[in-house]
Every structure is written in C-alpha cells, then in structure tokens.
Write a new protein. Structure first.
Length: 136
C-alpha cells in the first residue's frame, strides 16, 4: 500500500505499526500473528475522587431547582453565573418551563409530597414571571 495516490493526486504512505507495538509490549500477538490492542488500565484511585461529589446525591429536588434557576436566568430575573450579566431569552425560558411541566407529568405518582409541592410552586412562579415578562 505504500506510495498509493489519493483522489487529489497526492502521495501517502501506510505503515503497519502493529508488529512494533507487540514487540514493545503494547499487545500480545493473537493466533493470526497480529497483536491484540493494548489493555486499558483502570485510573488510579486519586483520579476517581475528581469525578465524585462527596455528600451530594442526585434527586428530583435538585433537578427541579437546577431547571428553575435556568428559567430564572433566561427570564432576566437572575444574573448569568458566568458573565454576571442579566440576559433575557424568553424562548429559552419557555422551553425550560415546559420541560419542568413535562417532568411534572411524567413523574406523577413517583414524587414525594415535598417534591410535588416544590415543583407545583416553582411552575406557578415561573409561569407568572413568564407572563409578566412576555407583556413587556
């Protein structure tokens, strides 16, 4: 395959490095004489702590509050956490509010009374704010 021409008329070279990798310990030869791919090793325990948030467990309340905060930012009622500036994007706010409504419908019968109360209050507040902002 070395020295073949591509469609654009430029030369390229293909080099099979599998044999060299097997000799360097990158993989053991298979029955066909080809090396197997190198085995992935698990990351050290110190790296696993980076991905874990100790003491924080995901729950519906956190999800509802996260989406509610996003809607408030898009309504201009809270500053953007990155820029610190208030922005107003009513389309995105409506999408987020509708998403919370969808979650309410899809989780019906699976929420605790506290989660249901929080979601109902949050949706009411966000919808009223949306109506006020859309009239401006």
């Amino acid at each position: 395959m070395a020295g073949e021409r591509s469609e654009e008329g430029q030369d390229f070279t293909v080099v099979d490095k599998r044999e060299r990798r097997a000799a360097e310990g990158g993989g053991e030869p298979t029955a066909a004489g080809r090396p197997s791919p190198p085995r992935a090793e698990p990351p050290p325990a110190a790296n696993q702590e980076i991905h874990e948030a100790p003491g924080i467990t995901p729950d519906l309340t956190s999800l509802f509050l996260m989406l509610g905060t996003s809607a408030m930012i898009h309504l201009g009622a809270a500053p953007d956490p990155v820029t610190g500036q208030s922005l107003r994007d009513l389309g995105q706010a409506r999408y987020t509010i509708d998403l919370l409504g969808l979650l309410r419908d899809k989780t019906e019968g699976h929420r605790s009374p506290e989660e249901s109360q929080l979601l109902d209050d949050l949706l009411y507040d966000l919808r009223m704010r949306y109506l006020q902002e859309s009239k401006l």
